[in-house]
Write a protein that binds this ligand. Structure first.
Ligand SMILES: *Cc1c(COP(=O)(O)O)cnc(C)c1O
Length: 397
């Protein structure tokens, strides 16, 4: 079948919840994706910050194939070896004490909300607690995750939302203080806002919120789903600030392409939180996905991926800055490590579309940001190729 036939069929079959780029990918290798017509694309999106090792990594593929032949699934009624290994590595990397594996980021957020509510319920002997979340945040599309997502447009058709959620302004400590009541059980935000437009938390905000939480026995929940797993140059973005959360969510690159997420917590939270009967999942943390998590973490440790990110990010930022200097309509570069955004006064959808034509994959964030979240294995030559292609696109737009 040719590309247009595939796309026509897809538009008849799939629920129209995405305006997709007009491309059908067939396979990938390293930093490149290939479409059904054989055209190659340099990938600066990594399936939305998922494919940290790019594509067709032999060691990763072999680990998954071996697990397929051994055991895919057993349910959480039993223990399984890959989950025990994966949990050990993840707890070490995240400095957390307990983990619950989910199937997605959204479910990690759901679990984190439930864990915080249960903690406060155990402490106070009653329910009805509140959560403070941030404007322009993104935490997922299920009804719980949507209720804490700071985008009224996403929430509106699906109301009424879960009650007890208040929104504050990201990086504005006073606005958070103003929302605290004696019912507040958690403050939730992304350490680096992703979908909202690549806004890193300031150090003052991180430290200020941590102090507020300690003062009022409020739990700090950091959503690291997009910014974690080495992307900022530390395994988790909060480690850059030295401000540790009580509960943390992660998904995206955790399995580098198999559907797996996690919420993690400190022992202090775990002691008063979810117990048998409170939470569950059929697939979550099954042998297959956990074999992927175990292998991904093993490779990241062994290859010292955070050192590579720190090093290449300097060059990446320098080169992006040359574009910001060259084009008046690029007003700012924002980001940390390999999570970067270019604020663009021309339509970013058109930039991404034109880039794709030229064999470069970039995505957007917010309404006016060109977002780049490439595989972590990126080298200088890929930065140079990206700059060359993006420069061409920008000069024509
Ligand atoms: C992607 C994302 C989510 C949702 O994760 P899914 O796996 O799509 O359910 C939640 N929070 C942040 C910060 C994200 O980037």
């Amino acid at each position: 079948m040719n590309k247009m036939t595939y796309i026509e069929n897809a538009e008849k079959e799939l629920l129209h919840t995405y305006n997709r780029f007009q491309v059908v990918f067939d396979h990938g290798d390293g930093m490149y994706l290939y479409d059904t017509e054989g055209k190659s694309y340099l990938d600066f999106a990594a399936g939305i910050a998922v494919s940290a090792f790019g594509y067709n990594n032999k060691e990763y593929n072999e680990a998954l194939k071996a697990q397929i032949d051994k055991l895919l699934h057993t349910s959480n009624l039993y223990y399984n070896v890959p989950a025990i290994h994966a949990a050990e590595r993840l707890l070490k990397a995240s400095q957390m004490d307990r983990v619950f594996f989910t199937n997605s980021g959204t479910e990690a957020i759901e679990g984190a909300i439930k864990a915080a509510k249960k903690y406060a319920y155990t402490r106070d002997g009653e329910a009805g607690h509140e959560i403070i979340a941030m404007e322009h945040s993104f935490h997922g599309r299920s009804l719980g995750a949507l209720a804490v997502t700071g985008n009224a447009h996403y929430r509106e058709p699906f109301g009424p939302m879960m009650p007890g959620v208040k929104f504050a302004t990201f990086n504005d400590l006073e606005s958070v203080k103003a929302q605290i009541t004696d019912k507040t059980c958690a403050i939730l935000f992304e350490t680096v806002q992703g979908e909202g437009g690549i806004y890193p938390a300031t150090k003052e905000f991180m430290e200020g919120v941590r102090a507020l939480c300690d003062e009022h026995d409020i739990l700090l929940i950091l959503d690291e789903i997009q910014c974690g797993m080495g992307r900022t140059g530390e395994m988790f973005a909060w480690q850059t600030y030295g401000v540790k959360p009580d509960i943390m969510t992660y998904a995206k690159a955790l399995g580098c392409g198999v559907p797996v997420g996690a919420f993690l917590m400190t022992e202090k939270v775990a002691e008063k939180s979810l117990v048998p009967g409170d939470h569950g999942t059929t697939y979550g943390g099954n042998p297959f996905v956990c074999a992927a998590v175990d292998k991904v973490l093993e490779m990241m440790e062994r290859e010292q991926i955070t050192d590579h990110v720190k090093e290449i990010a300097v060059y990446f930022e320098q080169q992006l800055d040359t574009l910001v200097e060259k084009y008046d309509f690029l007003t700012e570069r924002r980001g940390v490590g390999l999570m970067q955004g270019l604020v663009c006064e021309k339509p970013v959808g058109a930039v991404a579309k034109e880039a794709l034509e030229k064999g470069l994959i970039v995505i957007s964030a917010g309404s006016n940001v060109i977002r780049m979240v490439p595989p972590l294995i990126i080298e200088k030559e890929h930065v140079d190729e990206m700059i060359g292609k993006l420069d061409e696109v920008l000069s024509e737009i």
